[in-house]
Design a protein around this ligand. Sequence first.
Ligand code: ATP
Length: 230
Amino acid sequence: MIELDGIDVSYGNIQVIWDLDLHVSEDDAVVSIVGPNGAGKSTLLKVMSGLHPVDDGRVTVWGSDAADLDPTDIVERGFVHVSEERNLFGDMTVRENLEMGAYTHRDGLEDTIREVYELFPILEERSDQLATSMSGGQQQMLAIGRGLMAQPKILALDEPSEGLAPQITDRVFEKIEAISEEITVLLIEQHVNRALKMAQRAYLLENGRVVREDTGTGLLESDHVKEAYL
Ligand code: ATP
């Protein structure tokens, strides 16, 4: 379980997150964070991953204070973040990229690769090709597959549909649904409608503050969300 408790976050001397509370546990299937560009969604994932510090408040990762952990510890405990940039190793093959994802969990690598290939057969078909030779949708699936190689308990996906054609987006969402049957997915998405439909719980973030927390359907039906985002 990851808990953010009253956190403030800044870049230099510009504060972007204000007194924010949020939690995600393995009891959740999908938790979504929605909100406009610049609201602070990606920043929250960086904080949870140990890639950016908080100025105030506390981040707890399965009971440990994140301030005492480095990013690798956080991955080992079970929180894996697939960033918007995907950060694939372009000069490595698909399979090598997947192997890199298992850096905290070398044991059982072959079994995990097998599971990833079952979920994404295209990655097995293209296993010897360079990551850069794949289409945008395939690269997104590779980035998600590499995240799964670390055997997360919570998989955070930052804008997985970014830059993808509608049909490919549908495929990626089908895969996310399938993943959420096994592990918890924390989803940041610009497709607000979809992200809220999938979510048992959701947060609406505006200007670095949680302005609403509700069930996905509850947020979807709120006048504020309907007027501003749908
Ligand atoms: P988007 O969907 O556009 O990525 P977001 O909700 O994920 O938006 P963040 O990327 O977390 O928002 O950005 C929150 C605020 O922090 C914005 O005002 C942004 O300009 C600022 N910001 C983000 N990264 C940096 C950085 N590396 N240095 C300085 N400011 C930053």
